[in-house]
Write a protein that binds this ligand. Structure first.
Ligand code: ATP
Ligand code: MG
Length: 350
């Protein structure tokens, strides 16, 4: 495949949850993006903005009352053919997941069967998703399980006979990453891979992920509200707010010159690791309810840049700086030209 062709293209994707017999909320409201081979995209945003929903929607793994009523999801497979993931049959979808794309879910413990040894869970996964209809042998299963565990820096002899509760949180997270790699997917979605882990364990996971990207070259979407993690692991960042992507750009664009007041607010709320202490500002208010979204821009009630037009116009992503391979800087704000995201540094005597 030409690296100028996206591996995954989402077009105007809507993800809906049925909340009553005649009620629903759209937790993802028309999301489009291109992801190129080998790229790592961070999805960032406050709790409830739709990150997990988008990740699950991309793999069509939504709960029973969730659906994708609108959109297109083009994916270029290992065989070079383009498919629309939203049109795959149930059987084709089962193979597509794991063999082409895999997800590591938010909350490591819930993803395991608590009464099954890790080795048996890995074997079950391989048997359930046998590549090309060929049943893997015991030896192949043992070999692949050990190989993927070593990739995430775990000792197979220790981990394979263990039950999930016998492992630490960081080890469990790494086992999940290893399991997601069993069928050699090319696209990996990781939902909050380091949340709830102490800082050193977080470090170990970040190192494992960087190493895996280098060794296996896969394409990655990782969901996080940790901006430092996004800065370290991503090539590109997409900020989500109330079910929409409201800014995209390279890590550099986003961290040095965010143009959406919400992204700028998120960045200014995090203390820098080096340099003088800036004034840290939190974003006032809280995100709107998806069930009763106001007309116009969903962020306007919390926005210091809001003008009258923001109450009537729901801005689309505007091109700020065009670049190849999906690395363009875009923002959905009527006033992006006025947004000054530079940190205000408080000097000396603080
Ligand atoms: N099964 C469901 N039924 C109805 N609404 C849901 C369901 N799951 C999620 N939602 C709603 O969809 C919205 C997005 O939720 P989602 O879990 O995708 O957010 P998130 O960005 O991943 O948040 P967090 O950072 O807390 O993980 C929320 O408003 C949530 O209440
Ligand atoms: Mg989530």
């Amino acid at each position: 495949m030409n690296s100028n062709t996206p591996i995954l293209s989402a077009e105007d994707l809507v993800v809906r949850y049925q909340t009553g017999s005649r009620q629903h909320v759209d937790a993802v409201r028309g999301v489009s993006f291109d992801l190129y081979p080998g790229q790592s995209l961070a999805l960032v945003g406050e709790s409830g903005c739709g990150k997990t929903t988008l990740g699950l929607g991309l793999l069509r793994l939504l709960p029973r009352l969730g659906s994708v009523p609108h959109g297109k999801l083009s994916y270029v497979g290992k065989d070079g053919k383009t498919i629309d993931v939203l049109k795959l049959s149930r059987q084709a979808l089962r193979r597509w997941r794991w063999e082409e794309a895999a997800i590591v879910f938010q909350g490591a413990m819930n993803s395991f069967n608590p009464v099954m040894r890790i080795g048996d869970q890995m074997a079950d996964t391989m048997r359930a998703h046998q590549v090309g209809g060929v049943k893997p042998t015991k030896e192949q299963i043992a070999e692949k399980s050990a190989e993927t565990l070593r990739l995430v820096r775990l000792e197979p002899k220790q981990v394979l006979p263990s039950y999930p509760h016998e492992l630490s949180g960081g080890m469990r997270q790494r086992v999940l990453i290893a399991m997601s790699l069993l069928l050699d997917p090319r696209l990996l979605i990781l939902d909050e891979p380091t949340t709830a882990l102490d800082i050193l364990t977080q470090r170990a996971i970040v190192d494992v992920l960087s190493e895996l990207r280098e060794k296996l070259g896969f394409t990655m979407i990782f969901i996080t509200h940790d901006l430092a993690l996004a800065a370290e692991l991503a090539d590109r960042v997409a900020t989500m707010y109330a079910g929409r992507i409201i800014e995209t750009g390279s890590v550099r664009d986003i961290f040095s010159s965010a143009r959406h007041p919400y992204t700028a607010g998120l960045i200014n709320a995090v203390p820098p690791v080096t340099g003088d202490l800036p004034t840290l500002a939190s974003i006032p208010g809280s995100p709107p309810s998806l069930a009763t979204l106001p007309a116009g821009c969903a962020f306007r009630d919390r926005c210091e840049y809001a003008i009258d037009d923001c109450a009537t116009t729901d801005p689309q992503l505007d091109m700020i700086e065009g670049r190849a391979e999906g690395l363009s800087h875009t923002a959905a704000c009527l006033r992006w030209q006025d947004v000054d995201s530079k940190r205000e540094v408080v000097t000396a005597d603080v």
